[in-house]
Design a protein. Structure first.
Length: 115
């Protein structure tokens, strides 16, 4: 899977954080059975300039699949927590994406057998 890090004006990612993000996102490939992802874009930024409490960092990911594009975002006190939340949300969307074609085929078979 090709992973692209978007440039951000607020700060630059250190190489060890890029490696951490790559490892987390590459684990999603096991859920994509027989589907070749085109690419993934990642962006990490500050959640808000004037924030005193709560989340400090925001992470956004967009995964381009055949005939579909999945987006997710997450926030956290650290960059790593924001990225993990984003990955978890994307994992749920991938599972949903992978089960949709099966549900459609089953409903078509029921209609054919009823006729």
């Amino acid at each position: 899977m090709q992973i692209i890090f978007r440039a951000n004006k607020e700060f630059l990612l250190r190489p060890e954080l890029e490696d951490f993000f790559r490892q987390k996102m590459e684990k999603l490939e096991k859920f994509l059975q027989n589907v070749e992802p085109i690419r993934m874009e990642l962006e990490v930024s500050l959640a808000s300039d004037r924030l005193r409490k709560g989340s400090l960092f925001a992470a956004k990911a967009q995964l381009f699949l055949p005939r579909k594009s999945l987006r997710s975002s997450g926030e956290g006190r650290t960059i790593r927590n924001a990225m993990i939340e984003t990955r978890d949300e994307l994992e749920e969307q991938i599972k949903k994406y992978m089960t949709q074609p099966i549900a459609k085929k089953r409903s078509e078979k029921k209609e054919v057998s009823r006729s």
